[in-house]
Design a protein around this ligand. Structure first.
Ligand code: AP5
Length: 211
């Protein structure tokens, strides 16, 4: 299965990817996670990406295309993968096509902007293992502490209200047109992402025909 998860920031792409990885046994390729890892390590890619990410702008296409090309060469991608947050522009989608990447489906998780503000305002993430929580809908067992590794949870720098607004604007302008792009290829599937995590997982599996 080669799958693309589309959707606005905070739609639950990472949350759904976590479930799909368990079901399908293929890796999640999150360009956001890869870039945050590069920032943490201070690599040249990370140094270049940081300013764009902190402002809620897209990292330039050439950087993303290079990072993804390298990731796809890993042996764990042999049986498929789930793209989370890639492609985000028509240029990136065309680059995947040019590299011969044939996807089975592009699944768009539909969530209105008002709900996105609620979700990202309450999101907490683990800086060590990357686990994602929400103070209301998915709280950790002990407040502020990661269930998985015990590290102190943080609020992502790009989850402040002004940056969220910019990310949403960028999504509507640059990324939403990908729905038409994949629709024209007969690959677009949409799911309602407004329900609970469990309801959205069920809708996603149903839409993909996975029992
Ligand atoms: P990235 O990390 O990809 O961020 P994003 O797309 O903005 O997506 P998020 O990680 O914020 O949200 P999500 O949809 O995964 O939601 P989540 O599951 O966490 O990118 C960050 C930055 O990197 C970009 O701004 C850009 O600068 C750069 N970048 C990355 N890829 C790039 C690319 N291809 N090109 C250019 N630049 C790129 O859920 C959100 C919250 O809601 C959580 O708290 C969760 O618990 C909760 N939640 C999830 N589902 C539900 C539900 N059904 N009900 C209630 N709560 C829910």
């Amino acid at each position: 299965m080669r799958l693309i998860l589309l959707g606005p920031p905070g739609a639950g792409k990472g949350t759904q990817a976590e479930e799909l990885v368990k079901r399908l046994g293929v890796p999640q390729i999150s360009t956001g996670d890869i870039l945050r890892g590069a920032v943490k390590q201070g690599t040249p890619v990370g140094l270049k990406a940081k300013l764009y990410m902190d402002a809620g702008d897209l990292v330039p296409d050439d950087v993303i295309i290079g990072v993804v090309k390298e990731r796809l060469m890993s042996p764990d991608c042999g049986n498929g993968y789930i793209f989370d947050g890639m492609p985000r522009t028509i240029n990136q989608a065309e680059a995947l096509d040019e590299q011969g990447v044939v996807i089975d489906a592009a699944l768009s998780i539909e969530v209105p902007d008002e709900e996105i503000l609620r979700r990202l305002g309450g999101r907490r993430t683990c800086p060590e293992c990357g686990a994602v929580y929400h103070v209301v809908t998915k709280p950790p067992l002990a407040p502020g502490i990661c269930d998985a590794c015990g590290a102190a949870l943080i609020t992502r720098k790009d989850d402040d209200p002004d940056t969220i607004s910019n990310r949403l604007m960028t999504y509507h302008k640059e990324t939403e047109p990908l729905k038409a792009y994949y629709k024209s290829q007969g690959k677009l599937i949409t799911v309602n992402g407004v329900g609970s995590v469990g309801e959205t997982v069920a809708a996603t599996l149903d839409a993909l025909g996975i029992a």
